[in-house]
Design a protein around this ligand. Structure first.
Ligand SMILES: Cc1ncc(C[n+]2csc(CCOP(=O)(O)OP(=O)(O)O)c2C)c(N)n1
Length: 660
């Protein structure tokens, strides 16, 4: 018999908790009926685990963020989201939260301070860190709760997020629903430690274990932890022991779970036990139970009618495409004085960032070794002294959690710059960029105000892992912006524009340009429009479309070959790219070569070449050429590296093209 401790609870509260526990159970029972009737397609059941969601939903303040998972219906119902909105969300109807674009619990809502999951099970943990960091910086004494299944804890994201939260004393309750299975895989094939609270010591973090099926225990534990964390910010790991009483999702069945486990855990059902306890204590009676059940069922039926009566979303391609970005107009800032000083490419970046930090006191920079050390390239030298360690943050080596934290800051009304120490290391933060930053606006209207700075490129004899050009990965991802300046003045203006822009921007900075080029750059703050190319030289024979270091190679080669009269286009932004500028030039010259430092296959050049063939075919006097690095990793030895890079081949191709 489950033991309940009702001291500190009045009867009204105890009944209220009962109702909150009953609601998700009855919704789920209805969903199972609808599933059998073929009226819904898929269902992830949380039956048997409701005491955790409900305890959490009730324990936190309504404006404290909760990041639930796929079995946490009780969080949504406890936060009083109208049921028909949930049903419409599950049915892909417009009354849901994602305009029919995402399913089940994959949505967030600022109105209810719930930030839903993406499928990948771990990324929400780092996002919770960012939300909590925002609260710490705002000094608003709020806690954040985030859920993980026991299976999800095997992901690197779990480790990274707990580690960051511990190092930064972030007030996050990491709630682990230990239900014994990750899909069909039992715990003993997932991890070796006996219990999750044993991990606390490894992270230097308090860890608490509760009976996850006892709603008074989950509620009290979370309430008292939250109260204490509001006073003394720190993360806590909360392990809730529970069991999944149905299959992973309804179609997967339960054959892989021994019957004895169901028998054992059905005796521990959170709702039945609590109900029996309240009956025994004479706090409720059979009549009240029947009345409450009837009321909730009526509410469910009434709300289902609203959803079923709703039309499917109107299909409008333009809306689909427009919603990829937050369209909030990005104002162009002009320098307020003409004063210019010679700045190297790196100085221009530092200058743009510093002025943005001065203008936006909600802007936070995070990266490895960026604080007192100033970053490996010294882009943030002196920033700690000027802006403090709160906003200029050395991070552990946790790219995924830190990009996720950038998103969390943005959710919490802040702005973030994340410095990759080298662009190559973005692979470790890839998921957060591709699946969280890029897709959140389209999915549920949440912008991701994050700039990821990417020191990129070869020519520094640093070999395959410190020299890559990986912009094409991101150009292929709708929802991102990809910016790549070639000159100091653009580096400053475009970085400032990227920071102003509420959308996620991958900002590429060529390492070999940092200290090798300089020009007169405005001292004042200004922005350069994203998505606009720059015509570097004008001519009539040929169009060269390039960006980054390619611009400087092309300039050098044109200087050596004065007889070639070329439009040299520096794209400056790769997503969205300036199609009009390229088309106009190609229509004038009839010949075009696209040059990039990235490797050939699947590079940005392929996309541009295809566009030109499709839209400028009648103007072409020669085949569209591409010049790119060899399709190999970037080799270290200087001669091998020079052979890898396209500069020499480009010169030959250019001459061939003009002679065609
Ligand atoms: C990165 C990733 N790998 C695999 C999956 C497929 N998958 C979805 S849920 C799940 C099991 C999750 O188990 P657990 O975290 O314990 O949560 P539970 O379902 O038990 O609540 C798996 C393997 C996924 N969604 N994401």
């Amino acid at each position: 018999m489950m033991q309940f401790n009702k001291s500190g609870f009045d009867n009204e509260t105890l009944i209220h908790i009962y109702k909150e526990l009953l609601t998700p159970r009855l919704i789920e029972e209805k969903m199972l009926v609808l599933l059998r009737q073929g009226k819904i397609a898929k269902w992830f059941s949380g039956i048997g685990q409701e005491a955790i969601s409900v305890g959490c939903g009730m324990a936190l303040e309504p404006d404290e963020y909760i990041l639930p998972m796929h079995r946490n219906l009780g969080v949504f119902t406890t936060r009083k989201i109208p049921m028909h909105r949930l049903f419409s969300q599950w049915q892909g109807k417009p009354g849901g939260f994602t305009k029919g674009r995402d399913r089940s619990f994959h949505f967030g809502t600022q109105e209810y301070h719930i930030i839903g999951m993406i499928s990948h099970l771990g990324p929400q943990l780092g996002v919770a860190d960012g939300i909590a960091l925002g609260n710490v910086l705002k000094k608003n004494s709020k806690v954040t709760a985030v859920f993980s299944g026991d299976g999800g804890t095997s992901e690197g994201d779990f480790h990274e997020a707990l580690n960051v939260a511990a190092v930064w004393d972030l007030p996050v309750i990491f709630i682990i629903e230990n239900n014994g299975y990750g899909l069909s895989t039992p715990s003993n094939e997932q991890f070796r430690m006996k219990q999750f609270i044993d991990k606390g010591i490894g992270y230097g973090m308090e860890a608490v274990q509760v009976d996850g099926n006892n709603v008074l225990e989950t509620y009290s534990a979370i309430k008292s932890l939250a109260a204490s964390m509001r006073k003394k910010p720190r993360p806590v790991l909360l392990e809730c022991l529970t069991f999944r009483m149905r299959g992973h999702e309804e179609a997967s069945g339960t054959k892989y779970v021994p019957q004895e486990l169901f028998d054992e855990w059905s005796k521990k059902d959170p709702l039945n036990n609590y109900e029996n306890y309240l009956l025994k204590e004479k706090i409720i009676d059979a009549v009240l139970i029947a009345t409450l059940r009837k009321e909730i069922k009526q509410e469910i039926d009434k709300n289902l009618e609203i959803t079923f009566a709703e039309e499917n979303p109107m299909v409008d391609t333009e809306t689909e495409l427009n919603d990829m970005y937050d369209q909030a107009s990005s104002k162009i800032y002009f320098p307020s004085s003409e004063k210019k000083t010679e700045k190297r490419y790196l100085d221009a970046i530092t200058d743009g960032m510093r002025q943005a930090m001065q203008r936006h006191d909600n802007l936070v920079i995070m990266g490895q070794d960026i604080a007192e050390y100033g970053g490996v390239f010294k882009a943030t030298q002196g920033f700690v002294e000027e802006f403090g360690r709160g906003r200029v943050r050395n991070t552990p080596i946790c790219e995924s959690a830190i990009v996720g934290a950038g998103f969390g800051l943005s959710i919490n009304g802040m702005k973030a710059i994340v410095e990759m120490q080298f662009a190559d290391f973005v692979t470790c933060g890839f998921n957060q960029i591709i699946n969280n930053l890029a897709k959140s606006h389209y999915r549920w209207g949440q912008h991701a105000d994050v700039v990821v700075r990417m020191p990129t490129g070869a020519g520094v004899n640093a070999g395959p892992f410190h020299s890559q050009s990986n912009e094409a990965w991101f150009v292929h991802t709708p929802g991102l912006k990809v910016v790549y300046p070639a000159f100091p003045s653009d580096a400053k203006g475009l970085l400032a524009a990227s920071i102003e822009d509420p959308n996620p921007v991958l900002f590429f900075e060529h390492k070999a340009l940092y200290r090798s080029i300089a020009e007169e750059v405005y001292d004042d703050y200004y922005t350069t429009e994203i998505g606009k190319a720059r015509m570097v030289t004008e001519g009539n024979d040929v169009t060269i479309v390039t960006y980054g270091f390619g611009v400087h190679w092309a300039l050098e080669i044109l200087n050596r070959n004065k007889s070639i009269s070329a439009d040299l286009i520096d794209l400056r932004t790769l997503l969205p790219w300036d199609k009009a500028c390229v088309e106009n030039s190609v229509r004038k010259t009839g010949r075009v070569i696209i040059l990039h430092e990235d490797t050939l296959i699947g590079g940005v050049g392929g996309e541009i070449a295809a566009h030109i063939s499709e839209h400028c075919f009648e103007s072409l006097d020669a085949p569209v050429l591409r010049s790119a690095s060899l399709d190999t990793p970037v080799p270290m030895n200087v001669e091998l590296e020079n052979n890898f890079l396209p500069k020499k081949r480009f010169e030959e191709q250019l001459k061939k093209l003009t002679a065609y």
